[in-house]
Design a protein around this ligand. Sequence first.
Ligand SMILES: [Zn+2]
Ligand SMILES: [Zn+2]
Ligand SMILES: [Zn+2]
Length: 132
Amino acid sequence: MEGCSEDENGSNNSITQKRQRTSTESEEKKKRTGTLLDLDATDCPVCFDSLTIPIFQCENGHIACSTCCGKLSQKCATCSLPTLSRNRALERILELLTVPCPNAGCSQTVPYAETSTHVNHCAYTHRPCPFS
Ligand SMILES: [Zn+2]
Ligand SMILES: [Zn+2]
Ligand SMILES: [Zn+2]
């Protein structure tokens, strides 16, 4: 006869919270809506503009937008190696990335690549009044 009297001692509350706060407050940073954009991963490190496909990179993995690539005649701004390869991974992320419309009041989420297109048509975009 086996008495199944297992005492479940489920008081294993060892919450180890590792707080990793990378303080990037020293950098000048514009406040934007959209948390993903706060990562700065979608900005060109050279011109700080929003990255658009195609994205190029040098052998060391420094990325640059196509505009910068053309301006710098395909030389990396950091190490001056040729930026001839595409960063397909980041391009794919940009393709899949959706961001909330930057307009206050608009609750739409739009594909990253189509943000500007949406803003042009968004009802919440403040347009200059044509009658003024
Ligand atoms: Zn750029
Ligand atoms: Zn480089
Ligand atoms: Zn909108």
